[in-house]
Ligand binder design. Structure first.
Ligand SMILES: [Zn+2]
Length: 118
């Protein structure tokens, strides 16, 4: 699959139009205020808690559970299926992570990427 990347002009960066697009396969792609609103919904659904699954525990799975304030949550809403693979901004594909676990997730991804290309 090839994707064209839009050139980033300063104009584009200034303000994203609010948009909610539904793809043919049901995925949603949100921008601007629509995306902000979706993040807020996910934050409320997740009861403002980090959803990172702590390994090696029984059912129900134990999560990190750290309370994440809205200021942090805005920048730490995580796409369960990575955005780079298949962009899906539906709430079902989103979760709140604390800054620590969000960083950890992306570090793990980087390591995977490197080992794949090694
Ligand atoms: Zn966490």
């Amino acid at each position: 699959m090839t994707r064209t990347r839009l050139a980033r002009s300063p104009m584009r960066r200034k303000r994203k139009p609010s948009r909610a697009r539904v793809m043919l396969d049901g995925r949603e792609v949100l921008t601007g205020a629509a995306w902000e609103q979706r993040k807020r919904e996910v934050w409320e659904r997740d009861e403002q808690q980090c959803q990172w699954v702590v390994e090696d525990v029984g059912y129900p799975a134990m999560i990190c559970g750290v309370i994440v304030g809205w200021k942090d949550a805005r920048y730490n809403i995580d796409h369960i299926v990575k955005r780079s693979e298949s962009r899906d901004d539906r709430a079902s594909n989103l979760r709140v992570l604390c800054p620590y676990h969000h960083r950890m997730r992306h570090e793990q991804e980087r390591e995977l990427k490197w080992s794949r290309h090694a």
